[in-house]
Design a protein around this ligand. Sequence first.
Ligand code: CMX
Length: 137
Amino acid sequence: MDFLKKIEHIGIAVNDLEKAEKTYTALFGQGPYKREDVASENVSTSFFKNGPNKIELLAATSEDSAIYKYLQKNRPGIHHIAFAVDNIHAEMARLSEEGFIILNEKPKRGADNKLICFLHPKSTEGVLIELCQDIKE
Ligand code: CMX
């Protein structure tokens, strides 16, 4: 079994989603393929494709959002790197055993039809890591 298979997307925290969408549309020469609000995370997201890669722009929808808190302390920029996994439960158990700090007891439903969980940046040399597994319906 593969563990962390590949980078699934890179998440970028932004203050103004519409403005950031214009910037990334100009950069890639095409607009987002998906916009989605994720109520559980209090974020609005916008997804761009760049060849095989994906970029997720994230803006806070409330002060309870991790993105709001992040932008209180940091400038807009790279917020997390997400890796695709086949079995999120097995990976959470393996990584917990390895000593990583898992931020969720159970996987949550995230944007773009995924089950997600996060590893605390304190346990990953300062990088917030997301695991995501496709939801097959
Ligand atoms: N990347 C790197 N470091 C980060 C970080 C990030 N994105 N966010 C916070 N940190 C650092 C802080 O700078 C701080 O460092 P210092 O202690 O050196 O000052 C430390 O982590 C803070 O840790 P904390 O006090 O435990 O927690 P915070 O309240 O700041 O929350 C975190 C940080 C990562 C636990 C929280 O943001 C979280 O649970 N994130 C997961 C959920 C999430 O990010 N959701 C938004 C994206 C949703 C989506 O992709 O759909």
